[in-house]
Design a protein around this ligand. Structure first.
Ligand code: ADP
Ligand code: MG
Length: 157
């Protein structure tokens, strides 16, 4: 599902180059549950950004479900992969403040062209699974950090 081969990533800091990911090889099968651990600044977020196609690597190969992911990928294809193959729960949740919990959960389904009726029904099911069905009509500003995080999890794939 996720295959990394000899991935390198540099950041430019002034005139210097910071070599953050040094020859990363990683193989994750469908259904595997993996955690990435390391001290602060070791490159975990950098790696996740690359896996989520939010940032690009400098060398090596990244294959996602068999597709080569590199800087030649069009915006359109990258968006399709993100929408269909990747789910991200951000540290900052990234919920839309002007949409209620159900609408936030339903948003990715909108981009998958699911009808409004069907996506709201699915969104309520997902919210129910994380124990937030009663909170469907509430805005993020009316929820606690933990509740917002669960809405973000319900929105995941
Ligand atoms: P972690 O998530 O493991 O704490 P990061 O991936 O955020 O680590 O950062 C790895 C290293 O890269 C750190 O030394 C950090 O300062 C540096 N870094 C992260 N993002 C940038 C950036 N956009 N520009 C320059 N350096 C960065
Ligand atoms: Mg981090």
């Amino acid at each position: 599902m996720i295959q990394l081969t000899d991935i390198n990533k540099y950041y430019s800091v002034g005139h210097n180059k910071l070599h953050v990911l040094k020859g990363i090889d990683l193989n994750i099968q469908g259904g595997e549950l993996v955690s990435i651990m390391g001290s602060s600044g070791s490159g975990k977020s950098t790696l996740l950004n690359i896996l989520g196609i939010l940032d690009s690597h400098d060398s090596g190969e990244y294959r996602l479900a068999g597709h080569v992911i590199d800087s030649k990928l069009t915006q359109k294809k990258a968006a399709w992969y993100r929408n269909h193959l990747i789910g991200f729960v951000f540290q900052s949740f990234n919920l839309l403040s002007f949409k209620n919990a159900m609408e936030n959960v339903a948003l990715p389904l909108y981009y998958q062209k699911v009808s409004r009726r069907e996506r709201n029904k699915l969104a309520l099911e997902y919210l129910d699974k994380v124990g937030l069905k009663e909170w469907a009509e509430h805005l993020p500003s009316e929820m606690s950090g933990g509740q917002k995080q669960r809405v973000a999890i319900a929105r995941g794939p």
